[in-house]
Design a protein around this ligand. Structure first.
Ligand code: NAD
Length: 368
């Protein structure tokens, strides 16, 4: 299969981990007879330096024509004092909007060797493996009117959704549940909010189209509690933009390791933007110690969700799992009796494993 991938390294460790992603994808292409072509474009602080804007038109055009986009991270102290329209993060928000990325997928998985890093008891977090599907371009963050009254004595934000917007994210969540354990938790505030009542009605209507998926409704306050008391009880969670923002950040600390968390943002055409959850980590940039695993796991999401290459995605994920099981880790992770390695060495070991294991990969026990 031929695929064209735009790489947006961005700033700080973004540039280092994107190289790891490219190495891994080249290994996958070699093993499975695919042809991946890569094009590097600027975003964030480096784009401000080179083009005077965090999101040049050339970047938007290239991403719109690509089969998928991989992003490292943006930002850093050098650009912190610029006016808000010139901040690196504007590039990130701009590309999400330009590509109409309505669905944000964040898997959170507890790796056995890293359980001690969780703020929760190991017995609580052990076995957790969940996916949060968040609506990304509607709801409270985009509704109008939004602002203060002229006299400054009142304020309004608007939580608006169309039926179509809810239907498309709910469909994506049902489809994601079909690829996993078939259990969908729809999170809302239907005891109070009209938007949540419509959300719940649509989930119930859609259920008939996905009879193999078991659906549960949960109020957002209960879901927030259950995420820290029994995270292992979730498979796929679907929710609107603001609830998803909060719950996905809550879930991201469960495993205690920011360098392990991938994400995917998808549009209706299946074109996606894949990026690690972490930022540009200016404190360690250029030192060769960044953990590349969140970026590498993001490539697995890309293989699965944009290219429907399940076997290839699973191979990348099992390679990451195997390296951790063998005790290898980067400086951000503490592993008892482990072997600390840098970004390049970690990447090389994953690449070698992909090359040696490709013939034996099975699609059982997939990490979605
Ligand atoms: P950060 O995620 O960059 O770093 C937080 C801490 O985690 C740091 O100590 C860092 O060294 C460590 N860390 C993060 N990723 C790591 C990895 N892969 N390997 C090893 N250690 C890692 O968050 P921050 O310090 O709050 O922000 C730094 C910059 O990144 C800011 O400019 C911020 O705006 C930007 N940021 C960008 C994104 C993005 O591009 N999606 C997300 C968050 C923050």
């Amino acid at each position: 299969m031929k695929k064209h991938i735009v790489l947006l390294p961005g700033d700080g460790i973004g540039k280092e981990v994107i190289q790891s992603a490219k190495d891994v994808l080249e290994a996958v292409a070699g093993e499975f007879d695919h042809s991946f072509t890569f094009e590097i474009q600027d975003i964030g602080g480096c784009a401000i330096d080179l083009h005077g804007t965090p999101l040049p038109d050339s970047t938007v055009t290239a991403c719109a024509q690509a089969d998928a986009v991989l992003l490292g991270a943006v930002g850093g102290p050098k650009w912190d004092r610029l006016p808000s329209h010139l901040r690196p993060e504007k590039g990130l928000l701009g590309i999400r909007k330009a590509l109409n990325l309505f669905a944000n997928l964040r898997p959170v998985k507890a790796f056995p060797n890293l359980l001690h890093a969780s703020p929760l008891k190991e017995s609580v977090v052990n076995g957790s493996d969940l996916l949060i599907v968040r609506e990304l371009i509607g709801g409270l963050y985009f509704g109008t009117p939004s602002g203060r009254s002229a006299d400054g004595q009142s304020v309004v934000d608007t939580l608006a959704y169309t039926k179509k917007e809810i239907e498309q994210i709910v469909d994506k969540a049902f489809q994601s549940a079909q690829l996993r354990k078939g259990h969908l938790t729809s999170v809302d505030k239907a005891n109070v909010l009209e938007s949540s009542k419509l959300w719940r009605e649509i989930v119930e209507e859609k259920q008939a189209q996905y009879p193999d998926v078991m659906v549960e409704h949960m109020l957002v306050d209960a879901a927030a509690m259950k995420l820290v008391t029994n995270p292992g009880s979730f498979d796929v969670i679907v929710t609107e933009n603001m609830f998803g923002d909060i719950l996905s950040d809550e879930a991201s600390v469960l495993t205690g390791s920011l360098g392990m968390l991938p994400s995917a943002s998808l549009n209706q055409a299946g074109v996606g933007l894949y990026e690690p959850v972490h930022g540009s980590a200016p404190d360690i940039a250029g030192k060769g110690v960044a953990n590349p695993l969140a970026m590498i796991l993001s490539t697995a999401l890309m293989l699965r969700h944009s290219f429907q290459m399940e076997k290839e995605a699973h191979l990348v994920e099992t390679a990451v799992q195997a390296i951790l099981d063998d005790g290898y880790h980067t400086a951000d992770l503490e592993v008892v009796n482990g072997h600390k390695v840098g970004t390049a060495e970690m990447t090389k070991m994953i690449v070698e494993l992909i090359k040696s294991q490709s013939a034996t990969v099975s699609i059982l026990n997939c990490y979605v």
